[in-house]
Design a protein around this ligand. Structure first.
Ligand SMILES: [Ca+2]
Ligand SMILES: [Ca+2]
Length: 387
């Protein structure tokens, strides 16, 4: 659980800029007012947290003075302490409780109050909540990204493999290809309620998460010149690959040598900010997304050179590009992002590039060149589970 603690935080800040980025709320204690009501700023929004034993790490602002300690309460209803009654947590301004026994999909509430040295109890924040989520086996949690997704979701760790009529996330077997967009969607839905084909907004959410993780870059720093690893994309061997049960065999079957710690542009694994691992987001097979497209989005060019950003979700940069400006990565690996093959309006959208796409493959690679009823040997898909 440790890796979750460091990354999945609810930022409770009075900063307006933080408010717009994280959609967070402010907890403000009213200085000097005994048992005064708390102040909640912003629009309360349900946060998803991927644990049935741990609360999210919550943070709060300090009252103006004289804090003796803070207390935190957890409950299954607002203003209830049935999970944890008022519990002193010291003078720090963040807290995460472990050892809870939460229901998958359960919504839980927390409150914070301060006790001052003059024995007053200051204002309480109430009705802040989160939803406890457990991702299916071989799915990984991706937190929401403002502007793209307002809830976290679970993405398949592997490209879909065929199991009867279902597209399953598993290590063994070759990716399910030669499948139309609509058939791919049905194959995901066959896994059960809440399973579906990924959308582009979800792809952008996970791709920009990958972008911000230093270990995915060649020099171990975001933006370093060799770029992100692209996955199996050099055409050798000239076919798609099964995955490995060992995430550390990150170049499995590619002919290259790498691991989670040793970078290669052909490395097939990418790390999310919370430390979880996804396979073949870049390369191996291209992946259908759920989206229809009837509009040319721009010229075909390397993703690192795409810079137009308006309007927000009708710009190639925001629809298909990374958050950062990497236009200086204009040669060689072009940042490892892949190509925006977007001077098309054929009807479908697929991403990531395939095993022989070379530098055109990558986490952000996008193609609008295929009709949704195309069935192609290098075009597969990946499923999502929406809690
Ligand atoms: Ca290779
Ligand atoms: Ca892929």
């Amino acid at each position: 659980m440790t890796r979750r603690q460091t990354t999945l935080r609810i930022f409770l800040s009075i900063s307006l800029s933080a408010l717009s980025i994280h959609c967070s709320r402010a907890i403000q204690f009213e200085d000097g007012a005994s048992n005064a009501g708390g102040t909640v700023g912003g629009n309360p929004k349900l946060t998803y947290y991927p644990s049935l034993t741990d609360s999210p790490e919550i943070e709060w602002d300090a009252p103006a003075n004289n804090v003796q300690n803070y207390e935190v309460r957890f409950g299954s209803q607002p203003n209830l302490g049935d999970l944890l009654e008022w519990n002193p947590v010291g003078t720090g301004r963040s807290y995460q409780h472990t050892g809870l026994n939460l229901l998958d999909g359960g919504v839980y509430y927390y409150s914070v109050r301060a006790k001052t040295t003059d024995a007053q109890t200051l204002a309480v924040l109430t009705n802040e909540s989160w939803k406890a989520v457990q991702c299916p086996t071989s799915y990984e949690f991706v937190p929401a990204l403002s502007g793209y997704t307002d809830r976290g979701f679970c993405v398949a760790k592997y490209e879909a493999k065929q199991s009867g009529g279902a597209g399953v996330s598993q290590v063994s077997g070759f990716p399910w290809v030669n499948i139309t967009r609509n058939a791919a969607r049905i194959a995901c839905q066959t896994n059960g309620a809440a399973f579906d084909l990924l959308t582009n907004l979800e792809w952008q959410t996970l791709a920009r998460n990958i972008e911000m993780v230093a270990e995915n870059w060649d020099q171990g720093t975001v933006g370093s010149v060799g770029g992100l690893n692209r996955g199996h994309s050099d055409g050798v061997p000239n076919q798609s690959l099964a995955a490995s049960t060992d995430d550390n065999q990150s170049c499995s079957d590619t002919g290259q040598t790498c691991s989670l710690a040793i970078w290669s542009d052909q490395r097939r694994t990418h790390k999310l900010a919370d430390g979880s691992i996804l396979w073949d987001i870049g390369g191996n097979v291209r992946e259908w997304l759920q989206d229809d497209n009837s509009t040319v989005r721009g010229k075909n060019e390397m993703i690192s050179l795409v810079t137009n950003v308006a309007p927000f979700l009708l710009s190639a940069k925001n629809e298909f590009g990374p958050a950062g400006n990497y236009s200086s990565l204009n040669s060689g690996n072009f940042g490892g992002f892949g190509e925006a093959h977007i001077n098309f309006a054929s009807g479908g959208l697929n991403r990531g590039g395939s095993w022989a796409a070379g530098i055109n493959a990558g986490v952000f690679a996008a193609s609008l060149a295929n009709q949704i009823d195309n069935s192609l040997s290098a075009l597969g898909f990946r499923c999502v589970y929406r809690p």
